[in-house]
Write a protein that binds this ligand. Structure first.
Ligand code: G3P
Length: 218
């Protein structure tokens, strides 16, 4: 399973990349706004900055909701860097745009997936990735992980090449369960990724090893 970081914060992207486990980055308009990146020129530059830090796919989301607008924006984004993946919302014109980008060899990430039907449509259109939002489903009392399992089953049965990118990850259990359910990728903020490191018995065991070594070696 690939690890993407879900942020537009350059320092956090660098921290995750320096760990050696980062395969890519996802952003969205909310995450860009959170970093204070506004205006087309600054937004485009920021995507290039991200591509220059992280070696892997970088999802850059279109703002347009009509077919022509999405095509124009997506082509501009894709021309920024070879690692750019055009992120397109799960709407009717989005499906048409994904089909177009797929025919041109431009990678896509279909975002805001909340059902298996949406996942099937995006896969049929040729999306490189589909992003089911597990945390937001949990928020409204639907089990996000059940959706990942269902989509993973369908994609395996149908041999769809589209990759399941579990998004809206909120905690380390979401990451572990995504791996268990067969997601191809998770995208997570940095804290849940770092939380995978921790176990009290690891801390206790290491302290004991170091204490025993110091006692024996003076
Ligand atoms: O990748 C999608 C993600 O950014 C949404 O996360 O926590 O806002 O639901 P969240």
């Amino acid at each position: 399973m690939k690890f993407f970081i879900d942020t537009a914060n350059l320092a956090q992207i660098k921290e995750a990349y320096d760990l050696g486990i980062l395969d890519g980055v996802t952003t969205n308009p909310s995450l860009m706004a959170k970093e204070g990146i506004t205006g087309e020129a600054a937004i485009l530059k920021h995507y290039v900055d991200i591509c220059n830090i992280a070696d892997g796919d970088v999802s850059a989301e279109v703002i347009s909701t009509d077919y022509e607008g999405m095509i124009a924006e997506g082509e501009k984004l894709a021309a920024l860097h070879e690692n750019i993946v055009v992120k397109v919302p799960m709407i009717k014109d989005g499906i048409k745009a994904i089909k177009y980008f797929s025919s041109k060899g431009i990678k896509t990430n279909c975002t805001l997936i909340f059902s298996a039907g949406q996942a099937i449509l995006a896969a049929k259109a040729g999306a490189t990735y589909i992003s089911p939002f597990v945390g937001r489903l949990d928020d409204i009392s639907f089990d996000g992980m059940e959706l990942i399992a269902q989509i993973a089953h369908i994609f395996a049965v149908q041999a769809y090449p589209t990759q399941i990118l579990a998004a809206s990850i909120r905690n380390p259990i979401h990451i572990i369960k995504s791996a268990e359910m067969g997601a191809h990728v998770i995208t997570s903020p940095l804290p849940p990724i770092l939380a995978l490191l921790s176990h009290p018995l690891t801390d206790k065991g290491l302290a004991q090893f170091l204490a025993d070594h110091a006692k024996a070696n003076g």
